[in-house]
Design a protein around this ligand. Structure first.
Ligand SMILES: [Zn+2]
Ligand SMILES: [Zn+2]
Length: 222
């Protein structure tokens, strides 16, 4: 895909974004739901033991794997269960942004950067709720709520990091060590020839490292 094809795709995508779409409403609705949920879960934790605290890093590691696995095996492989995600990701997101053409250009472009709002509800109801119920009966209420905190934190962390990689050129992200390297990993992932092979983590490249799909190249001087 060359620049011309990308521009054509952008024009087509933008023409199909609903008239009433508002990027700020989109972003704030996800942020508010996430922050309210996490605040409620924090309020329910009651003096956890050291062992119960372990739930937090374990959950964050699980979310890191989920981010990797969903991106690699559903976002870049056409499957029956992940058809919609595949078309939104490989189809839309990767056609809209190609390597070195990462910034969104208007607030309406946020539609192709952020997950749809309903996904955080699906995540809460479809994943956190049943997992929480299971942990409640097997372990304790603290384990349930610490898992819920880690889960929502991981979700928001993904959204914030991914959004930051698509900020306009010259943003603060390019000046912060580590953060700018993470951004470069995602920039490389947007290279069409390697998008289905390398750099599937969006936050910390833990599973890219463990599973041998971490790919690094220095940023090109523009
Ligand atoms: Zn991206
Ligand atoms: Zn991708």
């Amino acid at each position: 895909m060359n620049l011309k094809a990308m521009e054509n795709y952008r024009t087509k995508y933008r023409s199909e974004v609903g008239r009433f779409y508002n990027g700020w409403v989109h972003m704030l609705s996800v942020a508010i739901v996430g922050i309210l949920a996490i605040s409620y879960f924090i309020s329910q934790v009651n003096q956890p033991t050291l062992l119960e605290w372990l739930t937090l890093p374990i959950t964050i590691l699980c979310v890191n794997f989920a981010e990797y696995a969903a991106h690699r095996w559903l976002g870049h492989v056409r499957t029956k269960i992940g058809g919609l995600f595949y078309s939104r990701h490989t189809g839309d997101h990767h056609s809209f942004f190609i390597e070195d053409n990462m910034p969104y250009q208007s607030v309406r472009d946020w539609r192709v950067v952020l997950f749809p709002t309903y996904l955080i509800f699906a995540f809460l109801i479809g994943l956190i709720l049943p997992m929480g119920a299971l942990l409640y009966f097997v372990f304790s209420a603290n384990v349930t709520f610490l898992m819920a905190i880690g889960g929502i934190f991981g979700y928001l962390f993904y959204e914030v990091m991914h959004f930051s990689y698509h900020l306009p050129n010259g943003s603060f992200v390019e000046k912060v060590p580590v953060w700018r390297e993470l951004r470069q990993l995602h920039n490389l992932h947007h290279r069409r020839s390697i998008m289905a092979k390398e750099n599937f983590n969006i936050t910390l490249p833990i599973f890219d490292f463990l599973l041998g799909t971490l790919y690094w190249e220095k940023p090109r001087v523009r």
